[in-house]
Design a protein around this ligand. Structure first.
Ligand SMILES: [Cu+2]
Length: 435
């Protein structure tokens, strides 16, 4: 079902997000920050260039937003390093911030820039090549008559175009169920790691690292007590390895080069084999250059069933990620995310898995989420939440009783992971409920 068919139901959501995000996403004019005498002076000097602010977040290894839009004027970038290592931000052939430690902030004054497109990037060796580059687009000055000064105006047209396109078709689908090849009683999975071009959202094709050409990698689903063999083929230009996150395996199968196994060099293969001794929602992912390889896509769900699961009508894996592919749900950003399409009376299990470097509080409108398991372990006392915060590495299982008709927005509630001046992007999807 196209969301446009139930657009009426989502208009309330749109209005809410517009009003909330406009406050946090915009540039500010000098007059917002100055009062009294200073403000009067600024008003008298009509030709003075207005100050245009934008917030820029540096991470490991990305810059958000990837495109910074500001009106012409004196350009000030409020830079925060949210990553775990040092970064800076420089204008090409221009000034740069000091090297910022984790959590560090700086304001980069770029002076008065003419209308045009510029490039900003991190000067730490290798970081620009790893994706720490963003466009700075300076447009015509905003209409001062609006009283907004230089604030970026939200584009209603772009916003509605995104909503109408949802769910948009893109090349490639991640997390597809993988059937094992049986070798006697052993379930054998072959995973090839390689660089691919991945269409995150319509027309937004980025360099990814993938298992078997998918982001996330194929979904492995086995039964408690199974014996599993995973054969990794490394077709990447760098070494890698696979760690079984949450699974209790013998130490020498844990997938950490130097700790438990040799490096798996480019062109090499490596075989893991173990008995599956604990159930629940788990993951497999790279454990080499992890802050790059996992955000770029070397990950997948590893689900172990034990026969005691609550029966559900739909069992949905929702893998969250952030980094060089942007903010994604199952490897796609809105409007290319997949909606959950359900009927009244159904029970839906959602298995959240966070493979990113940031937390993501996932908010489903309309219906509460019963939190039943954390990291594959059943909670002794399930409880309801409407916003389920999933930290890096965590898996959280929830059950939703589908009781309410309509198109219900479903998004990360760190709103800069979900909406910008050009509408919704990234971690936004919907639960679309019919009779
Ligand atoms: Cu988020």
């Amino acid at each position: 079902m196209k969301l446009a068919a139930v657009a009426g139901a989502i208009l309330g959501f749109a209005a809410l997000l517009i009003s909330t995000v406009a406050l946090s996403q915009s540039g500010r004019s000098a007059s917002d920050e100055s009062e009294g005498l200073t403000g009067n002076l600024a008003g008298q000097v009509g030709s003075m260039a207005s100050m245009q602010h934008a917030s820029v977040t540096l991470g490991d290894i990305f810059i958000e937003p990837g495109t910074i839009n500001l009106a012409a004027g004196q350009i000030m970038l409020d830079v925060t390093n949210s990553g775990g290592i040092q970064h800076d931000l420089a204008l090409e052939d221009g000034p740069k911030t000091p090297l910022l430690d984790a959590g560090g902030t700086s304001t980069l004054d770029l002076g008065v820039l003419d209308v045009g497109t510029y490039t900003v990037f991190c000067t730490v060796p290798g970081h620009r090549e790893g994706g720490m580059e963003a466009s700075l687009i300076i447009g015509e000055a905003a209409d001062q008559a609006t009283g907004d000064g230089g604030r970026m105006l939200h584009s209603d047209e772009d916003y509605m175009a995104g909503v109408e396109a949802f769910p948009a078709a893109t090349e490639g689908l991640g997390g597809q169920p993988m059937e094992p090849v049986m070798d006697g009683d052993v379930k054998v999975y072959e995973l090839t790691a390689e660089e691919i071009q991945w269409e995150v959202s319509p027309g937004d094709v980025r360099t990814a690292m993938a298992f078997n050409g998918q982001v996330p990698g194929p979904e492995i689903r086995v039964q408690l007590g199974d014996r599993v063999r995973v054969i990794l083929h490394n077709e990447l230009p760098e070494s890698t390895a696979i760690h079984y996150h949450g699974l209790v395996v013998p130490n020498d199968q844990d997938g950490v080069p130097g700790f438990t196994q040799p490096l798996v060099l480019p062109g090499e293969s490596y075989t893991y084999e173990f008995d599956v001794v604990n159930s629940g929602s788990h993951m497999y992912h790279s454990h080499m250059n992890g802050a790059v390889q996992i955000p770029m896509g070397l990950l997948g769900a590893f689900i172990v069933e034990d026969g005691t699961e609550e029966p559900v009508d739909q069992d949905i894996t929702m893998i969250l990620n952030d980094g060089p592919l942007g903010y994604t749900i199952n490897g796609k950003g809105f409007p290319a995310t997949q909606p959950i399409v359900a009927n009244i009376g159904e029970k839906v299990r959602i298995r959240y898995m966070n493979e990113g470097l940031q937390i993501h509080p996932m908010h489903l409108h309309g219906m509460p989420q019963l939190v039943v398991a954390k990291d594959g372990y059943e909670l002794p006392q399930p409880h309801y939440e409407d916003t389920v915060t999933v930290a890096p590495g965590e898996r959280i299982d929830v059950l939703v009783d589908v009781t309410e008709l309509g198109a219900w927005a479903f998004h990360c509630h760190i709103l800069s992971h979900a909406e910008g001046p050009n509408g919704m992007f990234g971690m936004v999807t919907a639960m679309i409920v019919s009779e």
